[in-house]
Design a protein around this ligand. Sequence first.
Ligand code: TXA
Ligand code: MG
Length: 328
Amino acid sequence: MTELLQASEQGIAAAANALNEGKLVGFPTETVFGLGALVTQHEAVAGIFEAKGRPADHPLIAHIGPGFDLEGWADVSSPKAKILIEKFWPGPLTMVVPRGPKMPLAVTGGQQSVGIRCPSHPVAQQLLLLLHAPVAAPSANRFGKVSPTSSAHVLDELNGRVDFVLDGDSSQVGIESTIVSLLSEQVVLLRPGTITRDQLQQALGCEVLLPSESADLQNLRVSGNLEQHYCPDAKLHVCKLGNELALSARIPNESALAVGWSASFLEVFKSMSVIRLPNDAAQVAQRLYATLRDADKQGFTHIVFECPPSDENWRGIHDRLNRAALKT
Ligand code: TXA
Ligand code: MG
């Protein structure tokens, strides 16, 4: 059985003790809930892959509290890293930088680079500040499934597979952190999130490339690059403007859920169950995974999601929707 710890001083201290003892702890972050193990507890790190059902050569993100001294763990000494830390930490940005000798290879998937993130969620911060090593944490879901944005979601996914789940307010950002590689002169956006390419370019004063635009990415493994990821059980259709009528005609409306914000889109699908979201990227991101998860819980067989606009603000949502919709 998994024990739910309250987000009190006591509960957070108990979670820190558990991590120090090599236990697995689910914990809140502002993006999604993480499944944490102390990076120095090798069996616990191996346990993450086991609990998730995730291939063991996938690199994990190492989480630190504000002000944690990364000396020996990771090299964040480059001018670009300093700028991004100053501007975006704590917050939903992961930087891939050279690994330090103290960072175990089991965390990095055997690579000489490591993803580092300093979350802004107050409970995550209090937890991380109690520890003397980073916490490796992927999203606290079974491999390939929708990420959790509340402690209840984590229990739904991993009850009995982890020792503790630390409670805390549900995730305000709602999709996983933006990941940027600082491994070469070219800065590369490995995973889009709510911190946008434009924001990164503005802060750094240089171009940030997409993986497709970068020549030297062959050696990186990013699990988000697997074709199918973040999947609900229901079949997800991302509906482009103009395709509404054709789509509506070919899916069972009585067991389908339509999710969107435009009046014209929702009008076409009015014979389905409908969820109207605000026409705002941040708010759609915040509610995206919970909406997909609820749809599964309610037994919908199809979800029709309005295709978001193509500007930079929506890139992270596009990315997650397109992966979730890719089904054979
Ligand atoms: O928002 C988040 O980042 C959440 C919360 C819990 O912090 N974590 C998360 O972890 O999304 P995960 O394991 O689901 O995604 C980690 C991503 C993977 O796509 C992985 O390949 C990439 O980070 N990554 C980690 N270290 C890397 C490295 N050294 N090189 C390239 N990619 C790396
Ligand atoms: Mg994940």
